[in-house]
Design a protein around this ligand. Structure first.
Ligand SMILES: Nc1ncnc2c1ncn2[C@@H]1O[C@H](COP(=O)(O)OP(=O)(O)OP(=O)(O)O)[C@@H](O)[C@H]1O
Ligand SMILES: [Mg+2]
Length: 163
């Protein structure tokens, strides 16, 4: 089922509400930023984005920022979900997609969760034949990247639009 991805941003509305409550700012979307159509399971794509955006808000202290950046190279489409949050300790990064794993540097009010979100993200991303990677610096922030092969691009009319 084709899914349309805005080139410069995908904001799921309820995440934006949560961000406002917490005073974490989402990077504004440029007007008329265009987009690209990708073959994906619309429901699962939404679950992937919701989990990554939820984490971005949850692990970013008030006053911080998060956002989405979509880029296309010769090989792949890359969707970055980035934040300026607490980051992940280097020793924990290899385990971050393991079910029930939670890093030790979590603190404050927003630490609830089961540690399953990212394992689900990895499963759903790989079910599409895509890949997910992470880059993170402790106390600086994190970027989760979904790598989608160009073969997923389609000209079919989108069944769902994310922006
Ligand atoms: N954006 C992020 N910034 C900092 N740490 C993160 C981020 N995303 C995930 N983590 C770390 O990875 C762990 C696993 O993430 P995951 O989404 O699987 O679990 P969770 O958010 O704790 O719980 P759940 O998603 O089940 O509600 C988190 O507990 C946290 O330690
Ligand atoms: Mg989570």
């Amino acid at each position: 089922m084709p899914v349309r991805i805005r080139r410069h941003g995908i904001i799921v509305v309820f995440i934006q509400g949560e961000a406002v409550r917490k005073n974490v700012e989402v990077e504004p979307l440029p007007q008329n930023s265009g987009g690209l159509n990708v073959m994906a399971d619309a429901q699962r794509f939404k679950q992937i984005m919701n989990n990554l955006l939820n984490n971005a808000v949850k692990f970013t202290p008030p006053g911080g920022h998060f956002g989405i950046h979509v880029d296309q190279t010769g090989d792949a489409i890359m969707i970055d979900v980035w934040d300026t949050g607490i980051g992940i300790p280097e020793k924990d990064i290899p385990f971050i997609f393991t079910p029930f794993f939670q890093a030790e540097n979590r603190s404050g009010e927003d630490v609830e969760g089961t540690g399953l979100g990212l394992s689900l993200v990895k499963q759903l991303v790989e079910a599409h034949g895509w890949q997910v990677t992470v880059e993170s610096v402790l106390d600086r922030g994190s970027t989760f990247t979904i790598h989608i092969p160009l073969s997923a691009l389609t000209t079919e009319e989108p069944a769902a639009v994310y922006y």
